[in-house]
Design a protein around this ligand. Sequence first.
Ligand code: TGC
Ligand code: FAD
Length: 394
Amino acid sequence: MPPASLPFAPDPKDFLGIERLLDQEERLLRDTVRRWVADRVLPSINDWFEKGILPRELTEELGRLGLLGMHLEGYGCPGASAVQYGLACLELEAGDSGLRSMVSVQGSLAMFPIWEYGSEEQKQRWLPAMASGEALGCFGLTEPDSGSDPSSMRTRARRDGSDWILDGAKTWISNGSTADVAIVWARTDQGVRGFIVPADAPGFTARDIPRKLSLRASHTSEIVLDGVRLPDDAVLPGVASMRGPLSCLNEARYGIVWGAMGAARSCYETALDYAVDRRQFGKPIAAFQLTQRKLVDMMVAVNRGMLTALHLGRMKDEGLAHPSHISFGKFDNVRAALEVARQARSVLGANGVTLDYPVIRHMNNLESVLTYEGTNEIHTLILGQSLTGMAAFT
Ligand code: TGC
Ligand code: FAD
């Protein structure tokens, strides 16, 4: 306990002093990304959200910042720690979940499988261009009839001489229409395999899904593969089972554990500032007990979620994070972030439903984050299986 004479004044925006748990290099990276988001993203995000776009030129800027494939080593990738990668996701998603999604998909879902399962030639061909942002990738696992259960996929790849022919459809693919290259998972005679499909391959088409009201600053697309002919060396040689795509998800889910807390932090801080300024019944709404309850719940959720993220990050850096540990973070931090966003929305009253404040944008985005990368229900079942040894998926 501090001596009674010590003034007790925790920072409302870092109540538990989590800042102290970060080293110099981690703080520097976090501050750099936070500044870039403030300069480059926040002034335009409402326009992008309304128009349903995320400008492609951001990828090269993200590449120059070293944020694409940042946790991978070699081939132009920075080889950052898991905690550094998490801090970048935190700050990007404090800007907008669509921005973090673009970076997650590029680094964890498109570059990671090439880095982990690709041939030396594939790595040389794609990874430096993707790390710099010159080439953008997407990840095609989900299909119209195969979402939570990707093992039921119908997309097929068959041999024709030494070539491969791909037929099928993928849907809800982030970066789909803007990508230069897609990692497509398909059923083959040898099991599920990953293919590197250039977006200009004849028979490959991508079309954005219209009328999306969540994650609007992100291109989410349907992909059709109609007899796409690929050379023998388009297949990732290192894996031929569902372990391939599912192992990529661990990487992206880990980024979401942090990212969700970025969105939650933005909502909490907006609500705190608003509650102190906004007056009703002759006093700030922050002075009402019911508002204080909401602010305290939000603050506790953000601090708890940050501690979970940092703990998982340190475990990942030590090689101790099991996929079900990552599920713990994705499960709890995303549902907590969504609850924070909903509470913040109510503190803002009518102003909470406009884009003048970031809250409703985050709230709508988090509905997608709750669903993608394994729904909240799927992570419940992964954790349930981990506790009991019994699978309850079917
Ligand atoms: P199951 O029989 O349990 O396993 C098949 C093989 O995969 C291995 N495995 C994993 N390996 C590494 N990491 C994991 N998390 C793994 N989970 C399973 C497993 O050991 C086995 O390997 P092997 O060598 O013995 O063959 O697989 P299942 O088909 O029963 O699946 C279980 C389930 C339901 C947990 C899985 O299908 C699942 O996670 N479903 C959710 C689907 C999902 O999350 N889709 C995400 C699509 S991508 C996306 O949403 C991007 S959003 C954009 C953004 O990130 O911003
Ligand atoms: P379904 O699987 O049909 O689930 C519907 C409901 O049923 C959910 O509540 C689910 O939890 C529940 N349910 C399903 N099975 C069970 C069960 N066994 N027990 C209890 N409840 C169950 N996919 C990609 O491959 N690449 C991407 O880049 C990508 N980006 C995305 C971007 C956005 C904006 C969105 C919204 C999705 C994206 N996805 C992507 C797809 C995402 O991964 C899927 O939406 C997700 O896996 C859920 O699949 P589904 O939507 O088909 O829902």
